[in-house]
Design a binder for this molecule. Structure first.
Ligand SMILES: NC(=O)c1ccc[n+]([C@@H]2O[C@H](COP(=O)([O-])OP(=O)(O)OC[C@H]3O[C@@H](n4cnc5c(N)ncnc54)[C@H](O)[C@@H]3O)[C@@H](O)[C@H]2O)c1
Length: 251
């Protein structure tokens, strides 16, 4: 058969922040299609545990402790993957944090840390990985933005970082297209993870009620869209953002 995601078998996939949550869900789905999985996370315990869990699916895995906001750590991780496996086919820039607060009380550190991890972290990983992909003249990069890129009160830092990810995706998609590297983004709505578990219950309930599909998204819902964008099925798609949100139009 022609389109069976065969291109994902043995493809080397780096997923940042994949010790838990959406990143872990992405790793599981790529493993189901036979990809070689690189788990990277700032949290050593979850990175190791998740890599061990994924390996039980019968695929090769590597795990790294890597803070995406630190260029030297990212460079070392990418160099090691390239040395061990000889190529990098897919990068998923998933690592991200929230440090919410109303703007009048938002401290400079609160602003900077969210930008450093969500936006600069995306730059850092992409910068290092593109050096490997350009030699192969192929690759797929998928960035995780958010529905909050549209502007969410109490999330000026997060919304700015995720809107930045969209601009980055559109610019780079066009720039790298002649090199055979596609760059796209997913903008998730409300996905059930530790990140959304920390939202106060009343607000969480209101958000859930606003979702036309009347359920929170699961990491697998995001992973399936990423799998599509990474695969040959999306061979003519670049510089795009796909909303995966159960019909929710804003938070
Ligand atoms: N959950 C949602 O509803 C939702 C919605 C839209 C977008 N997103 C985005 O999806 C991505 C994953 O979110 P999640 O819900 O799985 O969150 P999560 O908090 O469950 O997982 C985030 C992971 O990133 C890791 N991480 C944090 N800082 C890091 C750093 N500096 N370097 C490397 N790893 C780091 C954490 O250790 C954790 O394993 C984030 O970019 C988030 O902004 C989530």
């Amino acid at each position: 058969m022609k389109y069976q995601f065969e291109d994902l078998k043995d493809a080397v996939v780096i997923i940042t922040g994949s010790g838990r949550g959406i990143g872990k869900g992405i790793a599981e789905v790529f493993a189901d299609y036979g990809s070689k999985i690189v788990i990277t996370d700032i949290d050593a315990d979850t990175a190791k545990a998740t890599a061990a869990e994924i390996a039980q699916k019968g695929v090769e895995t590597l795990s790294y402790i890597c803070d995406v906001s630190k260029y030297d750590q990212v460079e070392a991780m990418v160099a090691d993957v390239a040395a061990k496996w000889g190529k990098i086919d897919i990068l998923v820039n998933n690592a991200g944090i929230t440090m919410d607060g109303m703007f009048l009380r938002m401290k400079p550190e609160q602003w900077q840390k969210v930008i450093d991890i969500n936006l600069t972290g995306t730059y850092n990983c992409t910068s290092a990985v593109v050096q490997v992909m350009r030699k192969a003249k192929k690759g797929a990069i998928i960035n995780i933005s958010s529905i909050a890129a549209g502007g969410n009160p109490g999330q000026a830092n997060y919304s700015a970082s995720k809107a930045g990810v969209i601009g980055f995706t559109k610019a780079l998609g066009k720039e790298l297209a002649p090199m055979g590297i596609r760059v796209n983004a997913i903008a998730p709505g409300f996905i059930q993870t530790a990140m959304t578990d920390k939202i106060p219950e009343k607000l969480r309930e209101q958000m859930l009620q606003a979702i036309p599909m009347k359920r929170p998204g699961q990491p697998e819902d995001i992973a399936k869209a990423i799998l599509f964008l990474a695969s040959g099925l999306a061979s003519y798609i670049t510089a795009q953002v796909i909303d995966v949100n159960g019909g929710l139009s804003s938070l």
